[in-house]
Design a protein. Structure first.
Length: 397
């Protein structure tokens, strides 16, 4: 059974192994509430996972340690286990899905772990890890469905209450549920008035689905840029804890996650991976009822693969109205393109590309379609340009 004594014990054990990450006041995320960030992206190994993994390994018996440890992960738990095992002089084998970001794979290897890449997603890596555990006798370190792991993650909840005693709401990304279970149990045990909300990617909403049906559900597949929370099935312990202590779990889209990553990078100078930015996305796009509340978003990790960062930024720019695509149907006559460009320039838009298509989607024989990409300020600016083009008689499609 979970109890607060174990959480306080975990905090003591972790004192020499982790950073106590300070809160960051982030007033630009949502003007309708008072937002703070808990930047676990600055934690050792770049995510909160070191807390649960390190504490779990510290509590193993000598016999369990002698067997070596095995774990499965999309990357962050892998690094936590690898570092925790190395600190205790224990051999570690980590099963990772083949699609895990290369940066996470190499970081895990750099901490001294042996790597086993498994086709599929996290749940496939989990099955492989269990198979190897049975065959080789390793001690398995579960990424979320374990009381000691949950207690380790829950030390964040203790810190949040110390750092902001009058906090009213805490928003946490959810994959298998270990992080939110630990935070919710700790916070609700000490201050039941604080609201705790979870956030999942729409393409990996296993906990949302499970809470809706009142039983653990297994999704047939998951797909999201937030690889750290791409979990098909929540844990048994974590499902029960979320059912009892969490005030609600919502979903965010891929574009919303990208928008949050871009905002954190540009406005808050914080590098977050998809899973880490999901909590911020929920507050930015008003997915959780925190209007007027003093709110903490837990930025759970910052291990984003730089090879996809440009794609994330591109989608984030589009979501925030910073880049827009305008499709204009016009008669294919000299001067029309110049006039369209003049209208956009006059409104302050910066055209970065133009594609001219004859006999495209239009029914008019003498028409053409212009596909124009513009740099803009925000959604209001895009609307102003579109309205001005229509006022000048151009047809937008």
């Amino acid at each position: 059974m979970l109890n607060l004594d174990n959480f306080y014990k975990a905090r003591y054990v972790l004192k020499s192994a982790i950073h106590k990450t300070d809160l960051v006041h982030a007033v630009k995320i949502n003007p309708e509430c008072d937002v703070y960030l808990k930047p676990e992206n600055l934690q050792n190994t770049g995510s909160f996972k070191i807390r649960g993994a390190y504490y779990k390994i510290s509590q193993l018996t000598d016999e369990e340690k002698a067997k070596g440890v095995i774990a499965c992960s999309a990357g962050n738990h892998a690094q936590g286990v690898a570092l925790g095992a190395a600190a205790h002089g224990i051999k570690s084998l980590i099963c990772l899905p083949e699609g895990a970001p290369m940066s996470k794979v190499e970081a895990t290897r750099s901490y001294g772990a042996e790597i086993c890449l498994v086709p599929g997603v996290y749940d496939d890596a989990y099955k492989k890890a269990i198979q190897l555990k049975e065959e080789k006798g390793y001690t398995f370190i579960h990424p979320f469905d374990d009381e000691n792991v949950i207690a380790g993650q829950g030390t964040i909840g203790l810190e949040l209450l110390d750092q902001l005693p009058d906090v009213e709401a805490i928003v946490v990304s959810v994959g298998g549920g270990g992080l939110i279970s630990g935070i919710a149990f700790a916070v609700k045990s000490l201050n039941p008035n604080v609201k705790v909300y979870g956030v999942q990617a729409a393409g990996a909403a296993s906990m949302v689905r499970s809470l809706e049906t009142h039983k653990r559900e297994i999704l047939p597949s998951v797909s999201t840029i937030a690889d750290g929370i791409a979990v098909k099935e929540p844990g048994t312990l974590t499902y029960d804890i979320c059912s009892k202590y969490v005030d609600g779990i919502v979903t965010v889209t891929e574009d919303e996650i990208c928008g949050a990553i871009l905002h954190l990078l540009e406005k808050e100078k914080v590098v977050a991976e998809g899973a880490g930015a999901a909590s911020v996305a929920a507050v930015m796009y008003n997915k959780v009822p925190v209007k007027g509340k003093k709110t903490i978003c837990v930025v759970s990790g910052g291990n984003i693969d730089v090879t996809i960062l440009h794609r994330v930024i591109k989608r984030g720019l589009a979501k925030s109205g910073r880049v827009s695509v305008i499709n204009v149907e016009l008669d294919d006559q000299p001067g029309n393109l110049v006039e369209v460009a003049s209208v956009i320039a006059g409104c302050g838009g910066n055209i970065t590309s133009v594609r001219h298509e004859r006999n495209g989607d239009s029914e008019k024989i003498n028409a053409c379609i212009l596909r124009i990409v513009c740099e803009t300020r925000d959604d209001e600016h895009v609307k102003h340009i579109n309205d001005e083009l229509r006022r000048k008689g151009f047809k937008l499609i």
